[in-house]
Ligand binder design. Structure first.
Ligand SMILES: [Zn+2]
Length: 347
């Protein structure tokens, strides 16, 4: 079958349509005919090559997917063929101590569809039965593909790791990508007073429509991130800061943190290395925590909220798989807002 990914690691010029074998479901697995797939920043890093993560090549990108159940592996008998589903891209072994404790995101052998395995930007993908969830009633396949990675990331980071409580001041750094658009909604659902800090306030109206109370514009010079956050908090400090940017923002976020405040880092798209003033950290009794993906229970929790309409998928654009290269280029677009979705035909 023909999927979209790469044969060799490198920059965007290495993106290509590749031929890979049609996958066969093994014991406990399900084959999905993909009807929609979505990109994440992770795909860029997988393309470049992540140290310590060997990748089968040619490689199909895409962690997010939805479609219909097309074949069942041995031992799977509780799923109807033709059923519309979406998939959780988190893969865990189910046998290590973390998994047995229901903390699958901490699995010693945790992997992600499209990073460690062949991805969803192809006609078929195979995943374990436990990763397959019914598509919410009335949803398009594109909506189904727009939620799995970003909403589980935002949910664990803000609900579990950041422990957002009603009335907390919560700041989301960055505005356009899939993760921030999910994080704003989750922070609001948890009862936070939510600000989005962005360099591009042109998106302010759309951000407010997602539930943000305030949109703060910052720059590198006068209106620095720490200053706008500090002013927004009325000089009391921000309780929880959700950061996926990394090097340019985390040290400044720390200066705007409240006593006992938490910075939750879920990515480092602009660089991984920062210098931290430990005096600020201990004096404010603050913490910088990492978070990635979610447990099986957390995935179901956030999916329940989506199903009930308390959270909603945000789609930037939808294109057929054949236009995957142009779709991928949207990551660089200043007006990017939400998920970049690819659609595939029914057969
Ligand atoms: Zn495990």
């Amino acid at each position: 079958m023909r999927g979209f990914g790469f044969a060799e690691h490198g920059g965007p010029d290495r993106l290509a349509f590749v031929d890979v074998p049609e996958p066969t479901p093994g014991p406990g697995e399900v084959r999905i005919r993909v009807r929609a797939a979505a990109f994440n920043r992770l795909d860029r890093f997988t393309l470049e090559g992540i140290p310590g993560v060997p990748v089968e090549r040619p490689h199909v990108l895409g962690s997010d997917g939805s479609g219909v159940v097309e074949a069942l592996g041995p031992g799977v008998d509780d799923l109807a063929l033709g059923r519309s589903v979406l998939l959780n891209p988190g893969l865990w072994d189910g046998t290590c101590e973390a998994c047995l404790a229901g903390e699958e995101a901490l699995c010693r052998r945790y992997r992600i569809v499209g990073e460690h395995t062949q991805g969803t930007a192809a006609p078929f993908v195979v995943v374990p039965r436990r990763n397959v969830h019914p598509l919410p009633e009335g949803w398009s396949f594109a909506q189904g593909a727009a939620v799995p990675l970003v909403f589980q990331t935002a949910w664990r980071a803000l609900h579990t790791i950041g422990a957002v409580r009603p009335g907390d001041r919560v700041a989301v750094i960055g505005a356009g990508g899939g993760v921030p658009t999910a994080a704003v909604q989750v922070a609001k659902l948890l009862g936070g007073r939510v600000a989005v800090a962005t360099r591009n306030a042109a998106k302010a109206e759309r951000i407010r429509r997602l539930g943000a109370d305030d949109v703060l514009e910052f720059d590198a010079a006068g209106r620095t991130l720490d200053r706008v956050l500090w002013e927004w908090s009325e000089k009391k400090g921000v309780d929880v800061i959700f950061d996926s940017v990394g090097a340019p923002t985390v040290p400044r976020s720390l200066r705007a943190l409240a006593r006992s405040g938490r910075i939750v880092v879920i990515g480092a798209t602009a660089g991984p290395l920062v210098e931290v003033d430990l005096r600020t950290l201990f004096w404010r009794q603050a913490s910088i925590r990492g978070s990635t993906m979610a447990s099986a229970r957390e995935f179901s929790e956030v999916l329940d909220h989506l199903r009930a309409g308390r959270l909603e998928p945000v789609i930037d654009s939808e294109r057929p798989l054949e236009e995957a290269r142009a779709a991928f280029e949207r990551f660089e677009a200043p007006d990017l807002f939400g998920k970049i979705v690819l659609t595939l035909p029914a057969a």
